[in-house]
Design a protein around this ligand. Structure first.
Ligand code: SF4
Length: 284
């Protein structure tokens, strides 16, 4: 399957100007590079959830699993544990994995399962035509909040740092080169890699005029310094006029879920372990 077209013939129904196009093309370019470098794309699996972002599974010509709302991460976790030789990439939405799927996201970070999670964070439920999500700004007026939401948005970067994620980054759908580097890094990272992508929803949350003057790429930031990462994560709270840091906040090496005793598990292994423990107890 080398050299195959990476974009399918499925009709693309994203709105003109949607930031999902950038994420799709950036991911496609990364996959093409991986293939050119000799990596088989047959060993890559893309998992998506439910929402506008999820159509990426229809549009990219690789193995994919179009899962259900909020469940991208358990599906990806199962795939990775069943076949550790696969590169597993999750594309999820903010409504998808910061709401219904939040527990899965947190526990995947805590476990340090070796998957990459790219969140298309457009801060609105686009597919259902404009309801507020966990990252919508306070005061956001949508179908379900005509007077404006009174909730404070989540800060996913802070959340993932607290949850134990070992690679934490923020991208922007108008910064393709940076996003390409982040996706490459996150796939190469051994452990749970998370990228929150500020994705423009051209129809229900066209925020480019807000983001573009405020974003900057971090330079001189020590990504191995957890305290510095937390401070950077709190610089912008998803609501204020503060500058918005883009780049990798944090990265560290840590034991990966499924590569300890579980990796050696075979049918009967638990019984054998119990028999050994019984024997040792009897001897003492
Ligand atoms: Fe993109 Fe928003 Fe249109 Fe969905 S509704 S396809 S997120 S622009």
């Amino acid at each position: 399957m080398t050299g195959r077209p990476l974009i399918t013939k499925a009709k693309n129904t994203w709105c003109p100007g949607c930031g999902n196009f950038t994420i799709q093309h950036t991911l496609k370019n990364v996959l093409a590079e991986m293939e050119q470098e000799g990596q088989s794309l047959d060993k890559v699996v893309l998992v998506s959830g439910i929402g506008c972002h999820a159509k990426i599974a229809d549009y990219l010509n690789i193995n994919s699993f179009y899962s259900i709302h909020g469940r991208t991460i358990p599906v990806a976790t199962g795939i990775k544990l069943a076949n550790p030789g696969l590169t597993v990439i999750c594309c999820a939405g903010d409504g998808d994995c910061y709401a219904e799927g939040l527990d899965h996201l947190l526990f995947a970070a805590k476990r340090n399962i070796d998957i990459t999670v790219i969140v298309h964070d457009n801060r609105v439920y686009g597919l259902t035509t404009g309801q507020y999500t966990p990252t919508s700004p306070r005061g956001f007026k949508g179908k379900s909040t005509p007077l404006g939401t009174e909730e404070t948005p989540l800060n996913p970067i802070e959340l993932m740092l607290a949850g134990g994620a070992t690679y934490v980054a923020r991208g922007y759908s108008k910064k393709m080169d940076l996003l390409r580097a982040q996706i490459r890094e996150s796939i190469a990272h051994k452990g749970f890699a998370f990228i929150d992508v500020l994705q423009i929803c051209a129809t229900f949350f066209p925020a480019a005029d807000y983001y573009s003057p405020r974003v900057y790429e971090m330079t001189g930031h020590d990504r191995t310094n957890f305290e510095a990462a937390c401070a950077k994560a709190r610089e912008w709270d998803y609501t204020s006029d503060a500058p918005i840091a883009l780049g990798t906040f944090y990265q560290k090496a840590s034991p990966v879920f499924g590569e300890g005793k579980m990796a050696a598990w075979k049918p009967g292994a638990v019984e054998r372990e119990r028999a050994v423990q019984d024997l040792l107890r009897k001897r003492t």
